[in-house]
Design a protein. Sequence first.
Length: 214
Amino acid sequence: MHILIIGNGFDLAHGLPTRYSDFMKQIQIGSDFHNFVVNDSGFNKKIFNRVKDSIVLKHLRCELQINEGWIDFENEIREIIDGMCELPSLLKRKTYIQNKEVVSNFVLEGERINEVAPFIYRILLHHKEIKYQWTLDELRKLEKDVHRQIQDFIDLFKEYIAWIIQTKMDSLSQISIFSKMKVDCLLSFNYTPTFLKLYDIYKGQKYMSCSWRN
């Protein structure tokens, strides 16, 4: 049995812009992807705008610049989530009486600023000044906002891949080394069905696709 295992390098070799860095470059007004989104009546354009203006995207772009054009998206998302989970432990609860009511605030003491994760630091600087004091409602809202931003980013990336498949696939050319291969089983770690669409010489044969991504 001949097994072919392919990853994102397969799509890149065929000229498809499937890097996360490619995706982030397209999240701007006037890009080809933005024009596709605007003209697609079935797409929720609010998601594009939310992602474009999100703290999550700004953070990922900063990390992309620091790492000279490369980003480990899955690890960055993990670090964002870890940072959000660790934030409450860095805050000290202070309770006092205000207008005859018990009020609690959560304060980040100055000496602990160096302990926060990079994403959390950027949140604290969101309004150009470090926010040291939080209410419980503000923390809950922040958690919901970051969760939504991550989900929006993922949903928009799915649309981006759909755009690539719809607009880029027909112009691809085969690479001879793959067109000559005998393949009985395909194990694909790609987001796209490039192999199945481009190398149609296998359509009449019995072989199995083992892709784990949709």
